[in-house]
Design a protein around this ligand. Sequence first.
Ligand code: PAF
Length: 283
Amino acid sequence: MDSVNSIKELHQRIAVWRAAGESVALVPTMGNLHAGHLELVKQAQQRADRVIVSIFINPMQFGVGEDFDSYPRTLEQDAAQLQAVKTDLLFIPPVQEVYPRGQAAQTVVSVPVLSDMLCGASRPGHFSGVATVVCKLLNMAQPDLALFGTKDYQQLLVIRQMVADLCIPVEIIGIPTVREGDGLARSSRNGYLTAEERSLAPALYRTLCETSAAIAEGNSDYRVLESEAIQMLEAAGFRPDYYSIRNAADLSEPEGETESLVIVAAAYLGRARLIDNLVVDKC
Ligand code: PAF
């Protein structure tokens, strides 16, 4: 597997593929790869001739006091995993390549409304950091498609809206969450869990399933369902950040009966902030 650090080298590799008429997919990541990332690569390979994986731990999407410094950096293992699944190109830009004038002088992409709620309310500036770096990575690689996990449901909607609003010519594909056997969504932050916390963690997905089943049975008292779920999570040892039943299309508060719904949740277990979601189609 070829690996490059600069935008110039990235362009040179892609130009050869484009000259041969090949299509290109991009899988943006922050490394510490797990089965969820490898599924994105596999799905990308089924849809495009060439697959680029980027690894860039984006400082702009971490707030003060968040885990930027301790975020797991596992480049050697990541590269070995990507090589094993026959990734075409690994792009690992240093911070100066992505933010050559420094972060404070960087043009920022912000996606209003969607970025301010839920994870955005708890992590101010997070989604403009995500939108800015994803916009830049899309412009650097100019792929035909880019793939993201639906575990980060709100992030996926932010990216879709940014691409639509800025007319970026790329197809954004969301790939279903890969879970452990006990239901826990695969996440780089699962590595922060102690053995005891790891045994408690599947309660998050179980709670989402219970709420979903209640809605499917016709319970539309969403506020009550949310507060019951929060109590269940607290009883299981979590510190819930939010637990909310929303319109799946835009994360607005549900009104009326026919919308497709998503249950979105974020909760701390020890030092890990876990997020998960479940789409519930009532129709
Ligand atoms: O989901 C992630 O890993 C990151 O938020 C992303 C999309 C790679 C942007 O840094």
